[in-house]
Design a binder for this molecule. Structure first.
Ligand SMILES: Cc1cc2nc3c(=O)[nH]c(=O)nc-3n(C[C@H](O)[C@H](O)[C@H](O)COP(=O)(O)OP(=O)(O)OC[C@H]3O[C@@H](n4cnc5c(N)ncnc54)[C@H](O)[C@@H]3O)c2cc1C
Length: 308
């Protein structure tokens, strides 16, 4: 119920406008968001890299409403790729197709993301573009989009996508993506989906997460396992040990500011860890969703405000 309340708050326009413009808002969001500028993302990435973890940088924002906004968002990602190369960051980028104009002009979105993938592929070492997965109206479109770009010559190592374990279709989607050699990030899924297409109970989602993890780990392709759930991580580690799967043949992924203790422990124990570092002026909905996932975060944030 509290989660629904935060989802509701995350959609509130006036609260969002107020929060995104206020100094307090920006300070409070710092727990989960690098800042509003590219320089903030670079600074945080350098710190995370120094702690032995790689990064994926996300410019926060979803559905753009016109072609200029889409071009602007893609331009920011071009700059980020430039900064990754110039500063030798151990990082790639994560983006959402609706942020690149999927709903405005699909051809334009293709061209913009295609240019980003080409730029990533031209870097040394080669960069990588992760296409995040949005709500179920976008599942098939996202998979088709990624598969098409992945087929273009020179792109095969530089684009991948995300599969959500709560969707019943995911096992079959994984089979298709694997047959084409596409790298996958597996997560549980963050959107509200109907019971007709998604598992509803945590037990079912977790069971599917583990099942799909095993398929990915046996595939011989480098994938990302995105979760903060210690039970999922323990099962993955046990499976890797049992099946003699090398620790550098996949990576764990977590969000910036969440379970830092666990992130550091995994690195100390010799597992690969990538941190998802979001930045940008449109941080409010992302921040509210993180609070909703774990209401204890509200108390954590409140305590920090009192201390300032
Ligand atoms: C790197 C990364 C990329 C992602 N990309 C996508 C994507 O493209 N599409 C998509 O739909 N979803 C994405 N997600 C979100 C994901 O689907 C889940 O909503 C989110 O990760 C919470 O699920 P969980 O696996 O951590 O497990 P849960 O079952 O939600 O939580 C397990 C445990 O993790 C800890 N935890 C979880 N969330 C928090 C939090 N906010 N604060 C503190 N502790 C927490 C708690 O200890 C909790 O008990 C991504 C997640 C990560 C880590």
């Amino acid at each position: 119920m509290l989660r629904a309340f935060f989802v509701h708050l995350s959609e509130n326009r006036s609260l969002r406008n107020f929060a995104e413009r206020s100094a307090v808002g920006r300070r409070v969001s710092g727990r989960f968001v690098a800042g509003t500028e590219i320089a903030d993302a670079v600074r945080v990435t350098q710190a995370v890299n120094r702690a032995g973890m790689s990064v994926t940088i996300d410019n926060l924002g979803e559905n753009v409403t016109n072609p200029d906004e889409a071009r602007h968002s893609a331009g920011l990602y071009q700059q980020i790729l430039h900064e990754i190369a110039a500063n030798q960051l151990n990082a790639n980028i994560s983006l959402k197709l609706t942020h690149m104009g999927l709903d405005v002009d699909e051809k334009l979105a293709h061209a913009l993301v295609g240019e980003l993938v080409a730029k990533a592929a031209s870097l040394t070492p080669a960069g990588f573009v992760r296409v995040d997965m949005e709500g179920s109206p976008y599942t098939q479109r996202t998979l088709d989009f990624v598969r098409r770009l992945h087929r273009a010559p020179g792109n095969e190592k530089s684009i991948g996508t995300v599969i959500q374990a709560y969707l019943k279709r995911s096992e079959s989607d994984i089979e298709t993506l694997l047959s084409e050699g596409i790298r996958i990030r597996l997560c549980k899924g963050a959107y509200k989906e109907p019971a007709s297409i998604a598992f509803e109970s945590k037990a079912e989602v977790d069971a599917n997460y583990i099942k799909l993890t095993k398929v990915l780990m046996k595939s011989g392709i480098y994938h990302g396992l995105a979760t903060h759930d210690e039970a999922m991580i323990r099962e993955t580690q046990a499976f890797a040990t049992r099946e003699n799967i090398a620790r550098d043949s996949f990576e764990f992924q977590m969000l910036y500011g969440i379970r830092r203790d666990l992130q550091q422990r995994l690195v100390r124990d010799g597992w690969r860890m990538r941190v998802y570092v979001p930045f940008g002026t449109e941080w409010y909905p992302y921040f509210m969703r993180r609070l909703g996932e774990r209401p204890a975060n509200v108390f954590f944030i409140a305590r920090n405000i009192m201390r300032q």
